[in-house]
Design a binder for this molecule. Structure first.
Ligand SMILES: [Zn+2]
Length: 281
């Protein structure tokens, strides 16, 4: 699940490795992940990479001719740089960028859904593209004060994952952030007092920042298929809370799970498990 920390480390490592590299060719094999047709991918041939950066959960690869690749990894994509060219028949590949020095950049996607996408845009189009233009402010390193962002009567878990509200947080890190701030995932955002808002903002900056620092220590190129996510609560249902030792609980939804500590976050209340209640109905 690449979220802000995972996309940030990808952008940093690729930026260090690719700046100045010349593109020999670019193709989008198999099921087409390319969402634009003009300019064609072939127009990247001969361009040099100026840099790789992140906005929200999206990657931006900029080239000398003002052409820009905008890439969304969605839930199971990886942008991986290899020293040597692999065979062209890798079924996980959505985009192949061959470099003149023999290296190869691949957008690969794992899992059953094919959702990762690529757009090739001009620098001007990038600014106007809806995928970026509608994003909220960055969650890290310096999000705005939360008073204006969190004024809706929506559960914190939902609102923090809304990329139009604040950009970069997804299903994994939201659990870590809310646990860190000792707030219920179902608390209404507009019910927070000043102290809770300050705690939440600090938890956002700290949780995401610590994850990025961790990745700087342990992740090398090529970005591994499975990133070693330093999660303490998410996916740790049934284990003791790292803060108080209470057994961590979870609420299961169709395509995601909310994990939390009843003692630290919900005044001891165990939230209704929606999967169970559906089965019992
Ligand atoms: Zn706890």
């Amino acid at each position: 699940m690449p979220e802000l920390p995972e996309v940030e480390i990808t952008a940093r490592l690729l930026d260090r490795a690719l700046t100045g590299a010349e593109i020999e060719s670019a193709v989008s094999p198999g099921i087409n992940a390319l969402k634009t047709f003009d300019p064609p991918l072939a127009s990247l041939a001969g361009e040099r990479i100026v840099g790789v950066r992140r906005r929200g959960k999206q990657l931006i690869v900029e080239t000398t001719g003002e052409l820009v690749l905008l890439i969304h990894l969605m839930s199971a994509g990886r942008l991986q740089l290899y020293d040597k060219r692999a065979g062209p028949r890798d079924r996980t590949s959505r985009l192949l960028v061959r470099l003149a020095d023999g290296r190869e950049l691949r957008l690969r996607e794992f899992g059953s859904k094919q959702a990762a996408w690529v757009k090739l845009l001009s620098a001007r189009e990038l600014e106007e593209d809806g995928a970026l233009a509608t994003l909220g402010p960055e969650a890290w390193p310096d999000p705005p004060e939360l008073e204006s962002l969190l004024d809706a009567p929506r559960p914190l878990h939902t609102l923090l994952r809304d990329q139009h509200t604040i950009a970069g947080i997804g299903r994994s890190w939201v659990d870590e952030i809310l646990w860190s701030a000792q707030l219920s995932p179902f608390k209404r955002a507009n019910d927070l007092d000043d102290d809770e808002r300050a705690r939440l903002r600090e938890a956002i900056v700290q949780s995401l920042g610590e994850a990025i620092a961790h990745y700087e220590q342990v992740v090398k190129l090529p970005i591994p298929d499975k990133l070693p996510m330093p999660l303490r609560v998410h996916r740790h249902e049934g284990e003791p809370c790292p803060r108080c030792g209470t057994t961590l609980k979870a609420v299961h939804f169709e395509d995601y799970v909310i994990a939390y500590c009843p003692a630290c976050q919900t005044d001891g209340r165990v939230l209704k498990d929606r999967r169970l209640s559906r089965l019992l109905r």
